[in-house]
Design a protein around this ligand. Structure first.
Ligand code: B12
Ligand code: SF4
Length: 468
């Protein structure tokens, strides 16, 4: 069957991200003998003309649309990507009768609301390989795993089946050169699933709770090929947590060292699972810097967020990365349950002492359906609305943020927290606050990309803050 896979993501910050999910689907479909093409809208200027020409030439029998980002998770500067995505699916509907199936991480968080908003009938929740093969192979809708479809006035969902062997992505349909040119990093996955229960997180809902590991040898082979075949010399490990289980991460590093793979790389790590040998191995294997999902340095707030580590774990991880010669960026969330001026000051002071390469501070927590914080936020009346989607309804597609009332007699409740973050961040060159537009972009950002600076820009922050 002729299957057209469309990536509807055109966000280029912090850098453009190649549609790895579609590369996985392509790999699975090609193996079954299907004729597959990827249409990536990331660098396209006139989307309608591009869709007309590509759909006209290929005459697809099935169209899959990948929805990665729904909004930018940022408050108060909240952006929704949905109006653009709707313009894409509306146009596809207008020019072809081929069935359309939605999928992707963004779609999987809100399947029913998204199908309603886009006026479509069929989608896949979570991992898409089995489902897309089933649809392309003509299997009946009721037996295909992970499917959600319109039935009567509502939707039906089939069982979610975790995939044990998720195969290899086929990258030949992606404009790898374009991504490199615009500063992107090649993306690679070493596992799927996260077993933890942080109260706001969607990752276990998207990837499942069961951790499934890939063979380190296979990962080394894939990185080698990405480098040889496409010149990819910067990569991002897209795993929810790269260093869990820690032995797996260590073996991957050893494999990269053994193969003498010359790429620079970055990954999300959990401060609790860093071993002394992992820091050294990561450095030797080409790691440029670690992104820690630190969230807070207050014991009280970390506990309320359901985190699996303590402030001491963060301090140790940060100090050890420095000693190993690795950069470290800490993602911090202000305004979670139990946040007060005192817990904020505790986080500020500890971060000042640690002085990491970068601190990326978010204000408020984007509330997603199916997470623990959703129920808490509605109960506490602490939800603030971000970007407004103009569809005449308020539902979970509208970005809502949990923001604790941090009280202070001289400010309005909401302003206190924002002002405290602004005052602290503005004078610290290693702080980025996307929600307040503090060092999160600018002209120099674009210039650096144009002259070929790849990978994260946070590693340039120290000593260069005036550029951002
Ligand atoms: C790694 C990651 C990043 C890295 C990417 C690095 C890189 N070079 O790739 C970085 C840190 C740069 C990043 C940035 C952002 N990210 Co991010 N990121 C992730 C993460 C953890 C993994 C994504 C991934 O690659 N997964 C692996 C691939 C193989 O899986 P997949 O794409 O989901 O595809 C599978 C299925 O979804 C499905 N599928 C996919 N497409 C389709 C299509 C069809 C038709 C079908 C049937 C199935 C299907 O099948 C695939 C194979 O099983 C996810 C969370 C998560 N666990 O998914 C968030 C996530 C995708 N990010 C998110 C967001 C919002 C962002 C940012 C906008 C944040 C910001 N303000 O900067 C930016 C946008 C960047 C951009 N240019 O688009 C959100 C998106 C949802 C939402 N809330 O809008 C997620 C889901 C996190 C969340 N909070 O819930 N991100
Ligand atoms: S925040 Fe990290 S550890 Fe917690 S559930 Fe999400 S992916 Fe897992």
């Amino acid at each position: 069957m002729r299957v057209l896979l469309i990536s509807a993501n055109n966000e280029k910050k912090p850098y453009p991200v190649a549609p790895l999910g579609l590369a996985y689907l392509s790999g699975a479909l090609i193996k079954e003998g299907h004729d597959v093409r990827i249409l990536d809208l990331c660098f396209v200027e006139n989307v309608e003309i591009f869709l007309n020409t590509s759909i006209g030439e290929f005459s697809p029998e099935l169209i899959g649309v990948s929805i990665r980002n729904v909004d930018n998770l940022t408050y108060p500067l909240s952006i929704s990507y949905l109006p653009f995505i709707k313009s894409v699916t509306d146009h596809i509907k207008a020019i072809t009768d081929a069935p359309i199936v939605l999928g992707g991480s963004g779609f999987s968080i809100f399947p029913n609301s998204m199908l309603d908003y886009l006026g479509l009938d069929l989608g896949v929740i979570g991992e898409g390989e089995k489902a897309i093969k089933g649809l392309a192979g003509g299997e009946g809708i009721e037996v295909i795993p992970n499917l959600v479809f319109r039935e009567g006035n509502g939707f039906s969902r089939n069982m979610i089946e975790p995939i044990e062997d998720f195969g290899r992505p086929f990258r030949g349909g992606i404009d790898n050169e374009g991504y490199l040119k615009w500063g992107g990093m090649g993306n690679i996955q070493t596992k799927r699933g996260c077993p933890f229960n942080c109260i706001y997180c969607t990752y276990p809902l998207i990837d499942g709770r069961k951790v499934r590991l890939r063979e380190p040898d296979d990962i080394g082979e894939e990185i080698g090929r990405m480098h040889r075949e496409y010149g990819i010399d910067h990569i991002f490990f897209v795993d929810d947590i790269f260093n869990y289980p820690v032995e797996h991460a260590e073996t991957i590093c050893r494999e990269m060292i053994r193969r003498k793979i010359n790429v620079r790389w970055t990954a999300f790590c959990n401060p609790a699972f860093m071993s002394p040998s992992l820091f050294t191995l990561m450095k030797e294997a080409g790691c440029q810097g670690i992104e820690f999902g630190t969230d807070s340095l207050s014991e009280h707030v970390l506990k309320n967020l359901g985190k699996s580590f303590s402030p001491e774990d963060v301090v140790n991880a940060c100090e050890s990365s420095g000693k190993a010669g690795l950069g470290a960026a800490h993602y911090i969330i202000f305004g979670g349950p139990g946040e007060t001026p005192e817990t904020m000051k505790e986080t500020f002071e500890k971060l000042d002492r640690l002085d990491p390469t970068a601190v990326i501070a978010m204000i408020g927590i984007r509330v997603y359906p199916g997470t623990t914080i959703e129920a808490m936020g509605r109960g506490d009346g602490l939800l603030k609305r971000g970007a407004v989607i103009d569809d005449g309804k308020v539902n979970d597609l509208d970005p809502f943020f949990y923001l604790s009332s941090v009280e202070d007699p001289t400010h309005r409740e909401e302003d206190t927290l924002i002002e405290m973050v602004r005052e602290h961040a503005i004078s610290r060159p290693n702080w980025v606050v996307p929600g307040l537009n503090i060092r999160s972009g600018g002209e120099d950002f674009i210039k650096l990309r144009k002259i070929g600076k790849r990978g994260p820009l946070w590693d340039l922050l120290k000593g260069n803050a005036q550029r951002f």
